[in-house]
Design a protein around this ligand. Structure first.
Ligand SMILES: [Zn+2]
Length: 171
């Protein structure tokens, strides 16, 4: 019974563990729950990747299990650049969604003409309000996401989780 209580109350520390697992904003990343688990395994290995269609060559982001251009399910994993330039950005100073500290900074990033993926809307971390400017360089960073117990085939399991963001490149 004590164990059940724990499962129901452990959440993300943003609200001091007071909200339930169902409000979890982060994906389950382990193989049992997620067909895109290689993306998260690659993050753990420090690689930023996405899927490329073997049929038509389309590279999309976020990665998927079928091609959004030709519906083929023959996809392969490709690596993306880890540095990008800020095209424009927005800083949410109040009222950021639960789980995100303020300021919540989102930036439209460009990876350059040679990159398989040209642009991405990325979250910026390790950055103070007003610090980041258009044209600044940012780099890919992986951070740990709190996990909580989930039931996998009648066994309680805690899957480690990670996610990615970008941080300013220190000059
Ligand atoms: Zn395709």
């Amino acid at each position: 019974m004590a164990e059940l209580q724990k499962v129901e109350t452990v959440g993300i520390p943003a609200l001091e563990g007071k909200y339930i697992g169902e409000m979890d904003i982060w994906p389950f990343e382990c193989q049992e729950f997620n067909r895109l688990y290689p993306f998260f395994d690659n993050l753990r290995a420090g690689k930023f990747t996405t899927t490329k269609c073997k049929k038509c060559g389309h590279i999309g982001f976020p990665p998927g299990v079928i091609c959004t251009k030709c519906w083929s399910d023959e996809l392969e994993w490709v690596e993306l650049p880890q540095r990008a330039k800020v095209v424009t950005l927005t800083e949410t100073q109040a009222g950021a969604p639960a789980g995100f500290p303020s300021p919540l900074i989102l930036a439209w990033l460009t990876f350059g003409e040679k990159s398989p993926l040209k642009h991405l809307l990325g979250r910026i971390v390790n950055c103070k309000e007003g610090e980041l400017k258009e044209g600044d360089e940012v780099q890919f960073v992986v951070f740990d996401v709190p996990s909580h117990p989930i039931e996998v085939k009648k066994e309680t399991k805690v899957c480690d989780r990670v996610f990615y963001a970008f941080e300013p490149v220190k000059k």
